[in-house]
Ligand binder design. Structure first.
Ligand code: DUC
Ligand code: ZN
Ligand code: ZN
Length: 472
């Protein structure tokens, strides 16, 4: 609970997933106390004028990898840098993937994750990645759900020999999650076949970044999504397909949903706004876009937009998994340059936490004609609901945490990595002109971003024990 002074936000246009009205908002004790057309300012109250601005719920990003290590590489944004970047972009809640190293166990992995997340500047929850199973795994999963409020697990169908669960283990893990009322999240790509394609490409001397995309075809994401849906149906498990990027995977999700199955999907701005021409340069530039799944041909993006409109895709998250392009002061361990000799050694992932809300406002509302309500739903409300955070997070309502974004829907500006707060040295959207900009951000009533000024501090983010996931 935040015991700061009472705060009044005046005359903003409050937009939620369902409502739209000009109102004053009174904040006390970190929560919204009242919303009314006119509220009086009491003595000592901090008053913010929001006339001409939208007042949106603090956005919720349910897919990040902060301070996350593999044996060869580590993401460059720790929780302090990553969540500060999030705040500048209007995101006040992050649900991050805890990835215990091989052999460590889930509870020990979580304890390490808590040490790292203690520097967070916005509120954070965790999903747990299950990369291996043993007889103790179901009991550990139970403890995570019941004691730690971790109500979602991620399973990889890619990266054999590293993160992948083969089908039997995947099915058992889905069953265990379902028995606990938890949501199974899957990275849907056929890992063994991709491994085969990667080895064949390398054997032919095809080492440049664009071969990353060529060896991870859309068909193999569609196949894995279809298989995940079948395994989840058999296990009686609700399913959430993370970072969905292809028409084939979307079609599998659509068919499942038409049959009434509890299948949900997330996509990311990079799959909506970019296309595979990003890999065309012959040099190393394409490494900036090496992520899994890769950026797809434009036809997929068009269908993903359709999936957002029909509601078959419920959320837009970032998969913020940031590395530097150059070596930078952080060193090679955080750099794409680890893969200069061969594309399969390029660390997978890209930055995105800071730009998601503004990109989606510009693209969804201004270019694709979606309503402000749907935009708010995609970036805040639906992820909060699906991952057990609603109504504390994801909306503007009496009793909710006072996580608020004052947003100027008319300001025009240009994305520049040099002006960002991520430690990554590039943006996937460098030079893109956008309309709509975050002006002020409040975390539990405290103004943490005021224009270009940072008013928050490391460690102010709280850990979020989440309720049941997978219930929209
Ligand atoms: N999957 C993710 O979700 N993030 C980074 C890399 C990956 O394969
Ligand atoms: Zn993934
Ligand atoms: Zn990810």
């Amino acid at each position: 609970m935040n015991a700061g002074p009472a705060t009044l936000i005046r005359n903003g246009r409050v937009v939620t997933a369902s409502d739209d009205c000009v109102a004053d908002i009174l904040i006390e004790g970190g929560r919204i106390q009242a919303i009314a057309r006119t509220l009086p300012a009491g003595p000592g109250m901090a008053v913010h004028d929001a006339a001409g601005l939208l007042v949106l719920p603090g956005a919720v990003d349910v897919h990040t990898h902060l301070d996350s290590a593999t044996p060869t590489a580590s993401t460059v944004d720790d929780f302090a840098a990553g969540t500060r970047a999030a705040a500048f972009g209007g995101t006040t809640t992050v649900v991050d993937y805890c990835t215990p190293p091989a052999g460590q166990g889930l509870l020990a992995g979580l304890a390490d994750w808590h040490r790292r997340r203690a520097m967070a500047c916005v509120d954070v929850g965790a999903h747990m990645i299950v990369r291996e199973t043993d007889p103790d795994t179901p009991a550990q999963m139970k403890t995570l759900v019941e004691r730690e409020g971790i109500s979602s697990f991620k399973f990889f169908m890619a990266y054999p020999g590293a993160l992948m669960l083969e089908d039997g283990a995947l099915f058992s893990a889905m069953r265990a999650a379902a028995a606990l009322g938890a949501l199974s999240c899957v990275h849907a790509e056929n890992g063994p076949v991709i491994q085969n394609l990667v080895q064949a490409a390398l054997a032919q001397g095809q080492t440049t970044p664009r071969h990353h995309a060529l060896t991870r075809p859309a068909l193999l994401e569609g196949e894995a999504a279809q298989r995940a849906i079948a395994l989840a149906e058999q296990a009686g498990a609700p399913l959430y397909v993370v970072h969905l990027s292809t028409a084939q995977a979307l079609q599998a999700v659509q068919q499942a949903r038409r049959r009434g199955l509890p299948v949900f999907a997330e996509t990311c701005p990079q799959y909506l706004l970019l296309d595979d021409s990003v890999y065309e340069s012959e040099g190393f530039e394409g490494a900036k876009y090496v992520m899994s799944p890769p950026i797809r041909p434009a036809s997929h993006g068009s269908l993903l937009w359709h999936g957002l409109k029909t509601g078959d895709i419920q959320t837009v998250a970032t998969d913020h998994c940031a590395f530097t392009f150059g070596e930078g002061p952080q060193g090679l361990r955080h750099s794409k340059r680890l893969g200069l000799a061969a594309f399969n050694r390029i660390p997978n992932g890209a930055p995105g936490l800071e730009t998601r809300v503004e990109l989606m406002h510009d693209a969804a509302v201004l270019q694709h004609g979606m309503s402000l309500h749907r935009f708010v739903d995609l970036v805040a409300t639906a992820p909060a609901r699906l991952f057990g955070l609603f109504p504390r997070k994801g909306t503007v309502a009496v009793g909710s945490d006072a996580d608020l974004v004052l947003f100027d829907p008319k300001e025009r500006w240009t994305v520049r990595a040099a002006e960002h707060h991520s430690r990554s040295d590039y943006s996937l959207y460098e030079g893109r002109a956008l309309t709509g900009r975050v002006k002020k951000v409040f975390l539990r009533g405290q103004c943490i971003v005021d224009g270009l000024r940072w008013l928050g501090h490391e460690g102010m983010g709280q850990y979020l024990r989440r309720g049941a996931s997978g219930r929209p």
